[in-house]
Design a protein around this ligand. Structure first.
Ligand code: A2P
Length: 269
């Protein structure tokens, strides 16, 4: 299922901060991604999120935090979302079509930014489910590869179909006319499933604890001298990964005090 906006005539803006949906793609019955027009004035750092949503029944905007999945150089904005059957926003948002309007507050914020990390050799990106969204932006940002020799994208989902959005993105990057050459040889991808048989299985957390990840990738264990981390998943996943990173000697950083890892706390789902 892949639809694209063909009618280029702009519809009148009827919502506050309205943006127009250009593309919608359904990956599974639980996951979809979509692209919208980008406000001309919107500047953001890869990894940040904005509030987006629809007008609620009461006439009040129904907004949620969504990581921008597209890179800063993209003329549109991309988002990756779960569909919650009885979720106040996503039960409706999952039905958007090209030409529809959504609300987008143009105030990007967030902690998953390169500026919140000290320089290093390797950047580890840890995500479960739709937590890969901010990394979809960072993996397409030339700055990421200027700062690190090696970028490792670890993504865990229940089954293979849920990895497709990330897999297609990662596998397409070397052929990307804009950043293909910058990415080539520097981005490593380590996807795992937990509920469907696949070549690599298990939770990121378990595979880090047992050292399987390092053995599979031929890398030494993480160290605060060389390794940096970014974490985006469920609350419990974030907590569990933070504890593991701390055992390797990495400390949590922030915009105001860059250190060895950062976590997105606004992310839910
Ligand atoms: P599992 O199948 O063992 O629960 P969800 O679809 O529920 O958001 O989960 C996405 C993926 O994240 C699943 O593969 C799930 O594994 C995994 N996961 C959930 N919680 C944690 C956690 N605390 N640590 C590591 N992986 C987790």
């Amino acid at each position: 299922e892949h639809t694209h906006l063909t009618d280029t005539a702009p519809k009148p803006a009827t919502l506050p901060d309205a943006q127009t949906v250009t593309t919608v793609r359904h990956w599974t019955d639980r996951l979809f991604s979509f692209r919208v027009t980008r406000p001309r004035s919107l500047r953001f750092r890869s990894g940040e999120f904005v509030m987006i949503g629809l007008m609620g029944d009461t006439g009040k905007p129904l907004l949620r935090a969504y990581s921008i999945a597209s890179p800063a150089w993209d003329e549109e904005l991309e988002f990756y979302s779960i569909k919650v059957p009885d979720g106040p926003l996503t039960s409706r948002l999952q039905h958007i079509r090209p030409g529809d309007q959504i609300i987008l507050r143009p105030k990007p914020v967030g902690t998953l930014v390169l500026d919140a990390l000290l320089p290093g050799k390797r950047l580890w990106l840890f995500a479960t489910g739709t937590g890969i969204a901010p990394f979809a932006s960072l993996m397409r940002d030339p700055d990421t590869y200027e700062r690190y020799d090696e970028v490792i994208m670890m993504h865990t989902c229940r089954d293979l179909a849920e990895l497709d959005y990330g897999r297609e993105l990662v596998e397409g990057l070397p052929d990307d006319p804009l950043i293909g050459e910058i990415v080539a040889g520097k981005l490593r991808y380590y996807p795992t499933t937990t509920r469907e048989q696949s070549p690599f299985m298990g939770r990121i957390t378990d595979n880090l604890r047992t050292g399987k990840v390092f053995a599979d990738l031929g890398l030494p264990p993480m160290s605060p001298e060389t390794d940096r981390g970014m974490v985006c998943g469920s609350l419990q996943f974030n907590k569990d990964i933070m504890a593991i990173l701390e055992t390797f000697g990495l400390r949590e950083g922030a915009n105001s005090e860059p250190r060895e890892y950062v976590v997105e706390k606004a992310f839910v789902g």
